[in-house]
Design a protein around this ligand. Structure first.
Ligand code: NAD
Length: 360
């Protein structure tokens, strides 16, 4: 009997519960097909937690996440809480949970589905075969360094400092090499080593670690060049690893190669195998409760959980393949439908993916 894996489910607000339900449906299908076993524990988070517990991240939810093997998150937020003070805003819970769970990297895949290629702004021949993942450092760099204002010879000056330690670079670079090993074994390390000292330390560290991964092909690329190559030859990238601010920008650029926000999955990882998995999109208050949200981003996030936390690559492959098959068969939710009168519901899309899954 497979070991029971504990999944903390925090569905959140808006379309969060609707899309999370479909991901759970697919995970239950994984149990049936592969004999893996999951235990789902549900907790309050975001706006609903503010309403019921007076805080976006209640202690019991945090404890539940800490004692789980992985977290599946829907989305939080909505107009009801927009004018709340900072500590009573759903987004404060998001920052809090990442910090409390020690999540130092963010993984954002950008996969171009052949049958949705026309939804992208780029040409088919540029996009074909694109399947990459951006690994972004999440807790260091310029977002977290000292910031201050001062008087200078030219008047008021603003200073933001970027700091990276060898330890911070090492742990994310090792994680990226490991991820590359589970994929096509190519790693692009992005920096600005011709100008920045933090980037020079980054590159030295990558070069020191690289011999431990002789099976992974390493490329160093300057961030400005990477921004261009992502538009010129996206299919040539496999894993891209980079620091916080470069990763923020490049992961959004890469996301736009693919078309709809309803398709974009993500993971945030800490030490060991623990991870938090969530769609990139928000709580979409404009369509919440209508049963029309696209659940594929959350379903694909659940597939990432199987791959990166549980090491169940077979089950992850079967979900990703089922998503391809369902799309190839012409099924679309409203956000990706050409003819909206033929769009299917959130629930129908989840069921179709579960039905198309085969043991691979
Ligand atoms: P959003 O991602 O919620 O929505 C942007 C647009 O995309 C909307 O038109 C929405 O209908 C559409 N959309 C999003 N997800 C979709 C899906 N799965 N299927 C079909 N259409 C989808 O971004 P927003 O409108 O800027 O923010 C709404 C709320 O979500 C805000 O309160 C914001 O703070 C919050 N938010 C939360 C997260 C998170 O929980 N991680 C991330 C971003 C925004």
């Amino acid at each position: 009997m497979a070991e029971v894996k504990k999944i903390a489910v925090i569905a959140g607000d808006g379309i969060g519960p609707e899309v999370v339900n479909e991901a759970i449906k697919v995970l239950k299908r994984v149990e049936e097909l592969y004999g893996y076993r999951f235990e789902f524990e549900h907790g309050l988070f975001g706006g609903i937690a503010i309403d019921e517990k007076g805080t976006p991240l209640p202690d019991e939810t945090l404890q539940m996440c800490r004692s789980a093997d992985a977290v599946l998150l829907g989305a939080v937020g909505g107009p009801k809480w927009d004018n709340n003070p900072k500590e009573l805003r759903p987004e404060t819970g998001l920052l809090g949970i990442r910090k409390e769970l020690g999540l130092f990297s963010n993984l954002r895949p950008a996969v171009v589905f052949d049958c949705l290629i026309e939804a992208s702004t780029l040409k088919r021949e540029v996009l074909e075969g694109t399947d990459l993942i951006v690994v972004r450092e999440l807790t260091g760099g310029i977002y977290f360094g000292d910031k201050f204002r001062r008087e200078g010879p030219g008047g008021e000056e603003a200073v933001d400092t970027s700091v990276y330690s060898v330890m911070e670079v090492e742990r994310i670079v090792r994680q990226a090499f490991e991820i590359a090993r589970k994929r096509r074994k190519k790693l692009a390390s992005v920096d600005k080593a011709n100008v920045l000292e933090t980037s020079r330390l980054w590159r030295e560290t990558v070069n020191r670690i690289a011999p431990e991964y002789p099976d992974v092909e390493l490329e160093h690329i300057l961030v400005d060049n990477c921004a261009m190559q992502l538009l010129r030859r996206p299919a040539s990238f496999d894993v891209i690893v980079t620091e916080n601010m470069f990763g923020d920008i490049l992961s959004d650029e890469a996301a736009m190669l693919t078309g709809s926000i309803g398709m974009l999955a993500s993971a945030s990882l800490g030490e060991g195998s623990f991870g938090l998995y969530e769609p990139v999109h928000g709580s979409a208050p404009d369509i919440a409760g209508k049963g029309i949200a696209n659940p594929l981003a959350t379903i694909l996030s659940a597939a990432m959980m199987l791959r990166y936390t549980f090491n169940y690559a077979d089950a992850a492959d079967s979900i990703e393949k089922a998503v391809q098959d369902v799309l190839n068969a012409g099924h679309r939710t409203a956000d990706i439908a050409v003819d909206s009168s033929k769009a299917i519901s959130t629930e129908q899309m989840g069921s179709l993916v579960a039905e198309h899954m085969r043991k691979v």
